[in-house]
Design a binder for this molecule. Structure first.
Ligand SMILES: NC(=O)c1ccc[n+]([C@@H]2O[C@H](COP(=O)([O-])OP(=O)(O)OC[C@H]3O[C@@H](n4cnc5c(N)ncnc54)[C@H](O)[C@@H]3O)[C@@H](O)[C@H]2O)c1
Length: 372
């Protein structure tokens, strides 16, 4: 198959759909890989590195789309990109279609087959192509929070690790999923005092086993939440209720009980945030202050570290990408996890939440895939 990777064009997106390491894997499977010039500059990989990995470099995105059977990207296609997709093409990327009627219409009209990273599943009920970005965001949350705690950035001037003879900072993490676990590892690694809250008792048991007493766990009630948030120097918001907006667990009223100059990092901001006072911010202006509490609410945190993020994403996407390239639509027909990733096929919506959200008739993936 001819596999194409255009340069990402969404504002401030520096990741790339295929790293040179992934290109080598596709080439080793006998595929031709076509990469747009400078596609990898954001991760320090120039055209020469891609050529050495076996890619053919082309001048424009149009060349990539024209010459490829399958397109591998990071972000959802932009209007100029969905106009270049065609019926016999597979698109493999993040899509997030439910809140995006324009893009959905563009993909439906293109006739392409679109597999969304965010809905591919695994045997454990997880979303394996979403998890690496939660890992990055969770770890970054502590770096970002520690910086915001510095006095010059408006924070209360506490160092998370403390020093011998001075107590460490206190970190409260609301939500003990992928983001929460990774934030806790970083915070504990720095020497902070860490408490995690979750609603799932089995998950709290797992966390207790993982940290073996190094991190405190607490069932998340209003009372427990207030006690932990009021005493924290840094609070991380990391809850997720699948398919729903994040619950507003920390109200505006509760901010008055928090320490002045303490910091919240609301990682769940991409689902609306779990602090009532949160609103999305960008990497160029990541924080704002409400009632003396510094809020960090960047909606695309992994974008700050494209080198790490692009490699983490490629590690997760490579397996299914190779299946798609090796077998085409048959790979989707054969594998239920890849089928869960199928969102659009030849003008039909095959993902129920997307169909429900945007008023399309659902076409079951099993029935629309007529593979010889
Ligand atoms: N801002 C970013 O750049 C960025 C990047 C990656 C992920 N995220 C977001 O981070 C959030 C967390 O993602 P994740 O992968 O860790 O999800 P996850 O499903 O792995 O974990 C969510 C956890 O929240 C817990 N939870 C649900 N309700 C709760 C409550 N009332 N109190 C306490 N805990 C509760 C669940 O039991 C679960 O353990 C999501 O909204 C995700 O979209 C944001």
């Amino acid at each position: 198959m001819r596999v194409g990777c255009p340069k990402e064009i969404k504002n401030n997106e520096f990741r790339v759909g295929l790293t040179p390491g992934s290109v080598r894997e596709y080439v080793a499977h006998g595929h031709e890989v076509i990469v747009e010039t400078n596609a990898g500059l954001g991760i320090d990989a120039d055209d020469g590195v891609y050529q050495a990995a076996g890619a053919k470099i082309v001048a424009t995105a149009k060349d990539v789309f024209d010459q490829s059977d399958m397109i591998v990207k990071v972000k959802e296609p932009q209007p100029s990109e969905w106009a270049m997709l065609r019926e016999d093409q597979i698109l493999y990327t993040y899509l997030h279609l439910a809140p995006d009627p324009e893009q959905t219409k563009g993909l439906v009209e293109s006739g392409c087959t679109a597999v969304a990273y965010e809905t591919v599943t695994d045997d454990h009920g997880g979303l394996p192509l979403l998890a690496p970005m939660s890992e990055v965001a969770g770890r970054l949350a502590i770096q970002a929070g520690a910086t915001a705690l510095e006095k010059v950035y408006g924070g209360r001037g506490v160092m998370l690790g403390g020093v011998p003879g001075v107590l460490p900072g206190k970190v409260t993490i609301i939500g003990g999923g992928v983001v929460g676990l990774n934030a806790a590892k970083m915070a504990a690694g720095l020497g902070a005092e860490v408490t995690m809250l979750d609603r799932s008792i089995p998950r709290l048991r797992q966390l207790d086993d993982i940290f073996n007493g190094r991190v405190r766990t607490r069932f998340s009630t209003i009372e427990a939440l207030e006690q932990e948030v009021f005493s924290a120097d840094l609070t991380i918001g990391a809850v997720l209720i699948a398919g729903a907006a994040a619950p507003k667990l920390v109200t505006r009223e509760m901010l008055s009980g928090m320490k002045k100059g303490s910091v919240i990092v609301d990682v769940a901001i991409d689902q609306g945030g779990c602090f009532e006072t949160s609103h999305p911010t960008t990497h160029s202006e990541p924080t704002f202050e409400v009632d003396g509490v510094i809020h960090y609410c960047v909606a695309n945190m992994p974008g700050a570290v494209p080198v790490t993020s692009a490699h983490a994403l490629n590690n997760a996407t490579l397996h299914y990408g190779l299946q798609l390239a090796d077998k085409g639509l048959k790979a989707i027909a054969e594998d239920r996890h890849l089928r869960a990733g199928l969102n659009v096929h030849r003008g039909r919506i095959t993902n129920k939440p997307v169909a429900d959200a945007l008023g399309y008739e659902l076409a079951e993936a099993d029935t629309v895939l007529k593979v010889a």
